[in-house]
Design a protein. Structure first.
Lengths: 318, 276
């Protein structure tokens, strides 16, 4: 009696399985109708993004070869490479490019090293972990102009900033950060904003490291340094790559922090490529030259993007 | 996660962690404290930690000077408006990508991601001129449109990673029962998809709220959001540190609270599902 029931059950399960497999194959070879429906549902998003990507980009490219100034309407016509020669040939371009690299590189170093340290620290058994996470993540939710202004006035102001008080406390002359070290000051502010992002992602990666792996390493007598070097760091490598690539995309476009603190100055000391395009195109009303700068910015970002797409693409397969 | 450690080790790590965390949080803490001080106290040669003469007058002054409420309302309209509009466009797209993928789905997703990488300055000038000619400069609806476009790739990606986790078998079971497509969506998909949609909404509202490139370049007085509001404090006028702190606190407080609830989604959304 029991045996037959068992058999019947097994048979039904086998039948079900065949049926489900059939359905799955059906699903895979989706009917024409389903495919048409899928395409229709995707259309709005694809079309809207396509227009958003292509139209302004083509216009930028077009303007970059035109004589086009909002101040001087007499200046018209094909400009050839003149705008590019003008933008790239100007010393401000070289300085902006160097500033961009220093800004991106500086912030990356601070956030990756600091983020790794913080992630390791927050992963330790400590009291109040939840509250600590909230404190550490908070700067990420502060909008860029607020972050820049509270640092500029509350911290870095030589007269009444916190750092000024601290310097005076140790009997030192307060530093006028934004005049003496404009780019460094911007780097500090941006690094403060992005440190939480790096920390949070590295912490998430760290917490997915299995406890057995760590304990096994511990029992094998690996000391803390070796455990970090051979177990933890390789495990976090992918997360670190992702942090670097995603931050780079955002850091190439840093704008508001510069706009509200130094205005790109003194001179061009804290102007990056993004801000240079704004200065040339919008503030100086030179549409042609601003567009040429924009095209250069797109090319730089694309070089970076190729690497990012590879990393994320690989993950999509996995 | 119960690692066995001695109490003294735990105390040591706890003290160190709190010290570092408070150091990172200190600019925000300092801003909050300064917002309730008088201007004279805020710049006193001997700084005070807690406000000695607790005052709310800074908040009133900020409202009178720059009309916080108008900017806050603009921020709410733009961030929620653009996110909801983005969801309306993205939900069908993400749904079909997750449940009826074709050979090209992956390419389309990667291409959408690539639009996010286009630097804003690369298209700033044409957008500025188009907005000028269409009279969209300094309008809330113009800004909402731009914000929808810049966040659309993230919205599609986030929804896609959430939808992909819904087991296809459940949808198939519903289909076998003879449920029609509409029923399938309303009774099966929606209840399973709502948490994912809510997280997507939350993260994108935060991103739109803090966006500071297009809001500063495309708006001035009328349609300015809170990022533009705070930028108007960039040149000091007389005694103003306490007022700046009050304005800063007003601008970040609402989103800081939302942000604390969305840490997990933040990781997932900003890494396009690469880290969960």
């Amino acid at each position: 009696m029991q045996k037959t029931e068992c058999h019947a059950l097994a048979l039904r399960q086998a039948q079900d399985e065949v049926y489900w497999n059939f359905l799955r194959r059906e699903e895979r070879m989706a009917t024409k109708q389903t495919r048409a429906l899928a395409r229709t549902m995707m259309a709005p998003a694809v079309v809207v993004l396509f227009i958003w990507m292509i139209v302004p980009l083509v216009m930028t490219l077009w303007f970059s070869f035109q004589n086009y100034s909002l101040i001087n309407p007499m200046m018209t016509g094909f400009a050839g490479w003149a705008n590019y020669v003008y933008v790239i040939g100007d010393p401000s371009f070289t300085q902006s490019l160097i500033n961009t690299l220093l800004l991106v590189g500086g912030v990356l170093v601070i956030t990756i090293v600091g983020g790794t340290f913080l992630a390791l620290l927050l992963d330790q058994p400590i009291w109040g972990q939840g509250i600590l996470r909230i404190l550490v993540i908070s700067p990420f939710f502060v909008m860029p102009p607020v972050a820049a202004l509270i640092w500029k006035n509350g911290f870095m102001h030589p007269g009444y900033g916190m750092l000024g008080h601290l310097w005076k406390f140790f009997g030192l002359q307060p530093v006028d950060w934004f005049n003496q070290y404009p780019l460094f000051s911007v780097i500090v502010i941006v690094a403060w904003q992005w440190l939480p992002f790096a920390t949070l992602i590295l912490l998430t990666a760290l917490q997915s490291l299995s406890e057995e792996q760590r304990e096994a390493a511990e029992m094998d007598g690996a000391n803390a340094v070796n455990r970090f070097r051979y177990i933890i760091l390789p495990h976090m490598a992918r997360a670190i790559t992702i942090v670097i690539l995603i931050q780079t995309i955002f850091l190439l476009g840093i704008f508001a922090e510069i706009r509200v603190t130094t205005g790109g100055g003194p001179g061009y000391a804290s102007t990056n490529i993004a801000f240079l395009v704004f200065r040339t195109g919008i503030l100086s009303n030179d549409i042609g030259a601003g567009s040429a700068g924009g095209v250069v910015a797109v090319i730089i970002a694309n070089i970076v993007a190729i690497f990012l797409m590879r990393a994320v693409g690989k993950n999509l397969d996995a | 996660m119960a690692r066995r450690v001695s109490t003294s080790t735990k105390v040591g790590f706890t003290v160190l962690a709190w010290a570092v965390a408070l150091l990172i949080f200190s600019p925000i803490l300092w801003t909050v404290l300064t917002a309730f001080k008088t201007e004279a106290e805020a710049i006193a040669a001997q700084p005070t930690f807690f406000p000695q003469n607790f005052t709310l007058e800074n908040f009133g002054a900020v409202q009178d000077r720059s009309d916080y409420f108008k900017h806050a309302i603009n921020s709410i309209i733009v961030s929620f408006g653009s996110t909801i509009l983005g969801l309306i466009i993205a939900i069908p797209a993400a749904w079909s990508m997750a449940f009826a993928p074709s050979k090209r789905t992956k390419d389309i997703l990667m291409w959408m991601l690539s639009t996010k990488m286009m630097p804003a300055v690369g298209v700033l000038i044409p957008i500025y001129l188009i907005f000028r000619d269409l009279r969209l400069l300094d309008t809330v609806h113009g800004l909402t449109l731009i914000m929808t476009l810049i966040n659309l790739p993230i919205i599609v990606w986030m929804l896609y990673t959430y939808f992909k986790e819904i087991p296809v078998d459940i949808l198939e079971a519903a289909r076998m029962d003879g449920a029609e497509l509409w029923n399938e969506i309303v009774h099966v998909l929606v209840p399973m998809a709502v948490p994912g949609i809510a997280s997507t909404l939350l993260l994108n509202v935060i991103l739109a709220w803090n966006e500071a490139f297009w809001t500063i370049t495309l708006t001035s007085g009328r349609a300015g959001t809170l990022t533009a509001f705070i930028s108007s404090f960039s040149s000091p006028q007389g005694l103003f540190l306490a007022k700046l702190s009050a304005a800063s606190l007003l601008a970040i407080a609402p989103i800081l609270l939302l942000g604390w609830f969305s840490q997990k989604q933040l990781v997932r959304g900003l890494t396009f599902g690469a880290v969960k």
